[in-house]
Unconditional design. Structure first.
Length: 246
């Protein structure tokens, strides 16, 4: 059953996003089912498509194929908050791969923008990208978690995005009193939220090793702004102390 026909398992936040902006696109051109394809293994030899890959790829098409929705996001320029709207398309690509230690994965369309990465789904359910380095880089533990992350991004688009001149991840570590959002989090992404502050911590979408942690931080109202400013002041003081003792 397609996800738009049954939103069970998603949070009310994610359900609201899909109910408000979700739709199913026109059917794609007829395609050959994954089970009838032959693909190359890690030695370059053509082999029948492994059943785990058949199940995952055809399952993606059945549950998410043709899904479209829009995600609002915001950024700040010279103190002014601006919103942008991003379209996400859940259409299968044509490619499948295996890595020496990465297992099997396949591509799909993803965000409808000019992008330096290719969007992927692994047979273990993880969502990833490839920045051209030929490696599966996890960005979310599952498709539902990715949708949950998008729903949070959409929600905080009406908040103020922080542009403090300190390391964003160090600033995020100074913010306490926030509740973890497990349905949108995993080993490479973590969302935390309070009534007035939101934090998205994530590993860079890059094959450069190690993948550095970064953070996006939003606040709303005087209380949220003050909490972020106080945390930024602590980070700044620590950075100045380190510089002075070098």
């Amino acid at each position: 059953m397609h996800i738009l026909e049954d939103l069970t398992g998603l949070s009310s936040r994610a359900q609201s996003l899909l109910e408000r902006t979700g739709r199913r696109g026109d059917p794609q051109e007829p395609r050959l089912s994954t089970e009838f394809l032959r693909i190359r293994d890690c030695f370059g030899q053509l082999i029948p498509t492994p059943m785990t890959l058949v199940i995952r790829r055809e399952g993606f098409e059945q549950k998410y194929g043709g899904l479209r929705y829009q995600v609002r996001s915001s950024y700040t320029v010279e103190g002014e908050r601006r919103e942008v709207l991003r379209d996400w398309h859940y259409d299968l690509g044509q490619n499948m791969w295996t890595g020496a230690s990465d297992g099997w994965y396949f591509d799909w369309f993803g965000e409808r923008v000019s992008s330096p990465v290719r969007y992927l789904v692994h047979t273990d359910g993880r969502v990833g990208v490839d920045d051209g380095g030929g490696t599966f880089l996890e960005i979310a533990p599952s498709i539902p978690a990715l949708i949950e992350s998008h729903a949070l991004t959409d929600m905080v688009s009406t908040w103020d995005r922080t542009t403090a001149e300190v390391d964003s991840f160090a600033l995020a570590e100074q913010l306490d009193g926030l509740t973890d959002i497990p349905e949108a989090s995993g080993s490479t992404i973590r969302w935390r939220l309070s009534d007035n502050v939101a934090v998205e911590e994530f590993r860079n979408w890059s094959s450069d090793a190690p993948r550095r942690w970064r953070a996006f931080i939003w606040s709303r109202g005087e209380s949220g702004r003050r909490q972020v400013e106080e945390a930024a002041a602590r980070v700044g003081a620590t950075e100045r102390t380190k510089t002075a003792t070098r």
